[in-house]
Ligand binder design. Structure first.
Ligand SMILES: Nc1nc2c(ncn2[C@@H]2O[C@H](COP(=O)(O)OP(=O)(O)OP(=O)(O)O)[C@@H](O)[C@H]2O)c(=O)[nH]1
Length: 429
């Protein structure tokens, strides 16, 4: 082979190698850029609460103005005392448990446990957390706001257009009654004021929707100690809605606020649920009280509060087992858990966790739980994954109970206070 052929071959090999190298670098960069964009660049708009979660001690003797206002419009539902199955309200374990279990015990279920914590984590202050939640509600915003504002901003509306407005509200889960009401209000306001532009439509819709969300309701979380005893919060709801995750996130908020917390794992149906809660506890440095698998949840709740009082923590958070609202025995059991805890201390909050992605069924769940225990606040989870944020309107209206917190993701800090203005802004974009 001549020298010139050898030089030619070497040049070709060198060119191929350089081309491969350049392609590799470009691909790696692209991948990195798309990852960064996904995780760090917030989309414009989105849910932006203006402050952190408001924590207060309960003041049972002095209800707030807002609570009184809510009570005035909401008839109190009497509890079905006659249907209770236990007679003495005392906790029992195993065969001694007085409430029959009418549900098949859940078998082995695959659950993702939070990453095992070897030491207590540093928790970022809540202020920065709100900024990071920007854009989390974007799915709801896209579906709801864009079409509604487009319709209303288009000038004079004929009957077909009003039908479209109505459909948009219904699809967003506002429910038939509220939709009719809101459309009637919008129609009369538009007739009175005249709406020419999308900006005018936005201002009008914002006012009407914020008003429908009861902006004066007291949404502070009664999670601070009072009368020398810890605040006690009970977290309830059907299976898989996010009770344990919310309890863990809430513990983080409290600890970040300088509070001491004890967790009660009153989900005795699944050992994995108690493990999951205990891991959250370890991550924030909180003790977790748990009982034997299959034991009496009321007993665990009782022991948790007793331990919380003895150790002088600020807040006891009790995570209960997921229970189908259609199973009477399990719902009775929930009433018992609350009554037993009340032998030790006041239950300051009963937080009903609802999964926003379940739409109308969330409303049915809310009704049944409210018949069993006095719900004091709603936590609406998974709002990051639904275009149906409208369930908020209906649940509040039906129960007369405020949505206090929203879950906006699976992350440990994806919990935000519910603010009607911020919520509507996020919906409308
Ligand atoms: N996207 C999203 N996922 C959430 C949110 N809250 C909880 N989850 C997820 O929902 C799933 C169920 O959450 P859990 O906390 O185990 O629910 P649970 O109600 O305690 O479940 P059971 O104990 O089986 O009744 C988990 O994968 C959570 O990460 C949220 O706000 N957004």
């Amino acid at each position: 082979m001549s020298t010139s052929s050898l030089v030619l071959i070497l040049v070709v090999v060198a060119v191929v190698l350089i081309a491969a190298l350049v392609t590799g670098v470009v691909l790696t960069r692209r991948r990195r850029i798309s990852l960064t964009q996904k995780e760090e660049t917030p989309r414009p708009g989105g849910y932006q609460a203006s402050s952190g979660i408001s924590l207060t001690p309960a003041a049972p003797d002095a209800p707030s103005v807002e609570a009184v206002a809510v009570a005035e419009v909401t008839p109190v539902v009497p509890h079905p005392v006659a249907e209770r199955t236990e007679v003495d309200g005392q906790p029992g374990v195993g065969d001694d448990a007085s409430v029959p279990r009418d549900s098949v015990k859940r078998g082995f279920v695959e659950v993702d446990l939070p990453v095992e914590a070897s030491e207590v984590e540093e928790i970022e202050p809540t202020a920065g957390r709100l900024e990071r939640l920007r854009g989390k509600l974007s799915k709801s915003r896209n579906a709801f706001g864009t079409s509604l504002l487009g319709l209303l901003g288009a000038g004079d509306l004929d009957e077909d257009s009003w039908q479209d407005v109505e459909d948009t509200l219904l699809i967003a889960d506002l429910g038939a009654a509220l939709t009719t009401e809101i459309v009637a209000t919008l129609r009369s306001k538009i007739a009175g004021a005249g709406v020419r532009t999308e900006a005018e439509a936005q201002a009008l819709v914002r006012t009407v929707l914020v008003d429908a969300l009861g902006p004066r309701m007291d949404r502070s979380l009664k999670a601070l100690p009072h009368a020398g005893k810890p605040a006690v919060l009970l977290v309830v709801g059907v299976n898989g809605v996010g009770k344990t995750t919310t309890t863990g996130k809430l513990a983080r908020v409290l600890v970040a606020d300088g509070r001491t917390v004890l967790l009660g794992a009153a989900d005795t149906f699944r050992a994995a649920a108690a493990d999951q809660l205990e891991t959250w506890g370890k991550r924030v440095g909180a003790e977790t009280v748990r009982g034997p698998e299959g034991g009496d949840p009321a007993s665990v709740a009782f022991e948790s509060v007793k331990r919380g009082v003895d150790t002088g923590v600020d807040t006891v958070l009790i995570d209960t087992a997921g229970r189908l609202h259609t199973k009477k025995g399990l719902m009775d059991e929930l009433g018992k858990v609350k009554r037993v805890v009340e032998k030790q201390a006041v239950v300051d909050e009963v937080l009903l966790v609802l999964d926003a992605t379940t739409g109308q069924n969330g409303l049915t769940q809310a009704r049944v739980f409210a018949e069993q225990v006095d719900i004091t606040g709603i936590v609406l989870t998974k709002l990051d994954g639904t275009a149906k944020g409208g369930i908020v309107f209906q649940v509040q209206r039906e129960l007369g109970v405020p949505v206090k917190l929203v879950g906006l993701g699976e992350g440990a800090d994806h919990l935000a206070p519910f603010e009607p203005g911020a919520f509507v802004d996020a919906l409308l974009g």
